[in-house]
Design a protein around this ligand. Structure first.
Ligand code: DX5
Ligand code: ZN
Length: 197
């Protein structure tokens, strides 16, 4: 299994965003997690298209855009098709209270499922332990259907709990406050060493 780190720029220093993005990519993070919040689906407003557009030329990292906005949640089927028709990969995020079974019918169309390991809206929260059972349940459901869909986790992930999350079956790890802050490249390398074990 190939593991990937997706640093969440929500915890980055926005006055030095370009530099910090280059740092984490240079240290081995292949994905960059971009939390778009609309102030309605979640209370916070983060950033949107101008920021994402200006980052695109700065890095070759895969942009992993986490849409915490009202519209996509209402029309999941339609939105997944639209995303795919645009030549992009599509994933669905499940908040802690949303059951894994709700994805049963759509699973075959998805490239990734994000199991939220905190309630969305803010960085720096504590990992919710019962979400690991959801990762296991999803992994079993994918195995039953013979699917190799990526399982991503987001919220409270750090170098201390990532091994346990790997064991549960996830392979893409979002980390905001555990990467940015003091020395993002050293923190990224520390994660990458664990992911390569
Ligand atoms: C929370 C966001 C996360 C956040 C993670 O709603 O979806 O991506 O940036 O931050 P940490 O890793 O600090 O929990
Ligand atoms: Zn996120």
């Amino acid at each position: 299994m190939y593991y990937k780190l997706a640093p969440s720029i929500l915890a980055a220093d926005f006055t030095r965003l370009g530099e910090q993005v280059k740092e984490v990519y240079g240290a081995g993070a292949e994905y960059l997690h971009l939390d778009v919040m609309d102030g309605a689906f979640v209370p916070s407003i983060s950033f949107g298209m101008p920021v994402i557009k200006s980052l695109r030329p700065c890095t070759r990292a895969v942009f992993d855009v986490h849409m915490m906005v009202e519209e996509p949640g209402r029309y999941v089927d339609r939105v997944v098709n639209q995303i795919k028709e645009a030549g992009l990969k599509a994933g669905v995020a499940l908040n802690p209270a949303t059951p894994v079974r709700s994805l049963e019918c759509i699973l075959g169309q998805l490239d990734m499922v994000l199991i939220m390991t905190v309630n969305p809206g803010f960085g720096g929260q504590k990992f919710i332990p019962y979400t690991l059972d959801k990762v296991r349940e999803l992994k079993n459901m994918l195995n039953e259907q013979g699917l190799k869909t990526d399982i991503q986790v987001d919220g409270g992930v750090n170098a201390g709990n990532v091994r346990e999350i790997i064991e549960a079956g996830a392979n893409i790890f979002v980390a905001g406050s555990a990467v940015f802050g003091r020395d993002p490249s050293a923190r990224t390398r520390e994660f990458m060493d664990i992911l390569k074990e």
